[in-house]
Ligand binder design. Sequence first.
Ligand code: CTP
Length: 403
Amino acid sequence: MKTRNVLLAVTGSIAAYKAAELASELVQNDLSVRVILTRGGSRFISPQTFEGITGNLVASDLWGTGAGESAMEHLRLASWAEVLIVAPATADAIARLAGGRSDDLLGASALAFRGPVLIAPAMETNMFTHPATMANLELLTRRGATVIGPESGRLASGSIGSGRMSEPSEIARAVRDALRTSQSLAGRKVLVTAGPTREPIDPVRYIGNRSSGKMGYAVATEAQRRGAEVLLISGPTSLARPTGMEVIEVETSDEMRAAVLHNAPNQAVIVMCAAVADYKPSRASDGKLKRGEAQHIDVTATSDIAAEAARLAPDAVHIGFALESGPLVTAAREKLRRKGQALVVANGITPDHNPFGSETNQVVFVTESGERAFPPATKVEIGRWLWDEIEGILLSRSSTERT
Ligand code: CTP
């Protein structure tokens, strides 16, 4: 089997000593490891440590003055690597990655690299929870990077808090995971809908809902991370438009329907995350309604886009979402049958938990033959579980076709 290549960047934190253990575990996993040691990193650990562990020269300088480095080292490293892991990642390294800086070897290599990026932060609690660091990590996550940890525990200052780098074994597991999925959807076309729809009452008012689009964007980003050709059809959200995928922005359920049905043929997978309005005003007023004029609004049912898409593109794997206040699984399975879907992600809405707008959710995957309940998790994590499951469905379909 071909040896897989891991680029490990070590930046200036006391947790750098744990990076040696990480490098060692990766080498023991039969991975080929090259290390970028930043100037800050080299204050905590020597290049010889990593050279001894990995058997490869350590790279440090963008301008190639180190042994074995060329002036184009960042491009060589970026095309060699299959995964980039920054561990430990300081607040500064995270800010520089988020800002797209390229004035050192790590920044330039990260910009030139197109594969999965993992970040294991390590810093004092206040630095980690500072809005600047949080915003930088959120930006990197939205671009498809995976943040591992940090954990809570004893920090370099002696205080106890969040900011401790995750254990090397956990980071190594994430690296193996990233390698497993990095191109697992290559060559597949995937359509994802996200966000709410707005059904106009008049030029200023609409019927809408509280969907933030976070789940759908996470699903689209994860598919892209796995190498799929992604089309995201999004209702109005306040989220940054993802890069590296085609995005069609729509407002009403009719516009979403047209965009989905136009693009449904030829897709391998269609994931309907959008919270589509079930009703729209029968007629939108051309002029702004006066006080008293809109006491009563006639509504018409919208068409079920998911069910139509499943009829139009029967060869695709169709995935739905179901938000329920009552018993989850029976209602979700009923929807799955009604809409012709392979899997429905069921989530509950209770007085204590409203998944709309939240960063986290708790879901159950429901298929015709079974169900699988998951613990509460971030929407990014749920996106990963969902694609693991969908890949299983794609695999079983292709093996059925072969037999
Ligand atoms: N959906 C759709 N078109 C609609 C309404 C919903 O494609 N007009 C899709 C959603 O994207 C989601 C799934 O159907 O994947 C379930 O949405 P949900 O609102 O939970 O179910 P409904 O079919 O609308 O049923 P109900 O509102 O009665 O629960």
